[in-house]
Design a protein around this ligand. Structure first.
Ligand code: SF4
Length: 393
């Protein structure tokens, strides 16, 4: 079996070339052909010696993922469903905005964390993606979009590891993938423009800070352990106190001055004013200001409120817009930068895992989650304020 060169970061490719008796600069040339020019055919790589091209043909290949389907939203969002074998599929989403092009990438087929509000979590876990399968999503999307938009310029400026899977539970494959994204001979993305999102795998947050400190987003979704245990089961292993301390430690390495806390707004579950006030207390309580960054009044953070994308098995509903706005205002009034994520691609099921879930529900974990659900009463709403998309103090 020959090696898939998408599996290698530049260091890995240099080691591979060395085994073929080739110098390091050959690896750099090869890396640039693959990632910057989208080449998969060694014969195309005209500045490589013919002898090297012959060696590569018998020892290596460059193979992306097969596209099962593509879904184009009216708002420009594009979602691909990729086949990863054995009946599994993963999703990748391109979100164009005026000043950037963001690609949301998957790291696992399914996910073992099992968050209640997440369509992927309801499908169970199949397997970790390889480095090549993670990188292939960017490789394919970047070069597809250049052709599609008829441009020679880079299209994807930002990558968020927020697709299917918990990236920090696939750490060994993640790190070379991140290195390829950041490498000037690869995609040349800045650390600030590559975001890893985690549900809070505390030991791996510490390792990421040392190995490849990119921007960090933490799926928070609840202000106390009781509620978070229920919404994000990993909280039982790494409760909020440990998670918040890990955020503080990460800030010492982070390319940005803040951690982004993702907060999915669930009607009557975590969207009440008291939850917002608890969140303010939480970030103030655990912030030591010893990271060398931030105002010293708490974890220097930004909140991103996410409108829930409903799916039938969840038993949950999206918070009304006025509730989201009221919640954002409480955080914002406390001096915390708070944004409300715009819903994109609603017409193509852009919520993570919804398309792949149609391909397979491997472990019937959705049923299990539904059975474990605790009943939560809907409190009376007391806010009715004007709707706005984004708050910044
Ligand atoms: S939200 Fe993320 S960590 Fe939680 S189940 Fe979904 S993919 Fe996994």
């Amino acid at each position: 079996m020959t090696a898939n060169l998408l599996d290698f970061d530049l260091e890995g490719l240099a080691a591979f070339c060395e085994r073929l008796g080739e110098k390091r600069f050959r690896a750099t040339q090869l890396f640039r052909w693959i990632h910057q020019r989208g080449a998969a055919d060694f014969d195309q790589m005209s500045d490589l010696a013919k002898s090297l091209r012959q060696k590569l043909k018998t020892t290596a290949h460059v193979e992306g993922l097969q596209v099962l389907s593509r879904h184009d939203s009216k708002d420009g969002t594009i979602k691909w469903l990729f086949d990863v074998g054995n009946g599994d599929a993963v999703e990748t989403v391109f979100i164009p905005e005026d000043d950037r092009g963001t690609l949301c990438i998957s790291s696992q087929a399914g996910c073992a964390v099992g968050c209640r509000f997440c369509s992927t979590g309801h499908q169970g876990f199949s397997r970790n993606l390889t480095t090549g399968e993670i990188v292939a999503q960017l490789w394919f999307a970047e070069h597809f979009l250049r052709k599609h938009l008829n441009t020679g310029e880079r299209v994807i400026s930002n990558v968020v590891m927020m697709g299917m899977g918990e990236p920090l539970q696939n750490y060994n494959a993640l790190i070379p993938a991140l290195k390829t994204m950041l490498d000037d001979h690869g995609y040349g993305l800045s650390r600030r423009r590559v975001t890893v999102s985690t549900s809070g795998v505390v030991p791996m947050m510490d390792r990421l800070g040392l190995d490849s400190p990119v921007a960090l987003a933490v799926s928070l979704h609840a202000p106390d352990d009781e509620l978070r245990d229920n919404l994000v089961p990993l909280n039982r292993k790494y409760p909020l106190a440990e998670l918040m301390e890990a955020c503080n430690r990460y800030l010492k390495h982070a390319p940005r001055d803040f951690i982004t806390f993702e907060y999915c707004m669930l009607d009557g579950v975590n969207d009440q004013p008291r939850h917002a006030h608890q969140l303010i207390e939480l970030v103030r309580h655990y912030g030591h200001g010893d990271s060398g960054k931030g105002p010293g009044k708490g974890v220097w953070c930004k909140f991103n409120l996410i409108p829930f994308n409903p799916f039938p098995e969840s038993g949950l509903t999206r918070s009304p817009q006025n509730q989201v706005v009221a919640f954002a205002k409480i955080l914002s009034d406390a001096g915390i930068v708070t944004t409300v994520r715009k819903t994109r691609g609603d017409d193509i099921d852009a919520a993570c895992g919804q398309l792949a879930g149609d391909v397979k529900d491997r472990t019937r974990v959705g049923e299990r989650i539904a059975q474990q659900r605790v009943v939560m009463l809907k409190p009376v709403r007391t806010f009715d304020v004007e709707a706005k998309e984004t708050f910044k103090p």
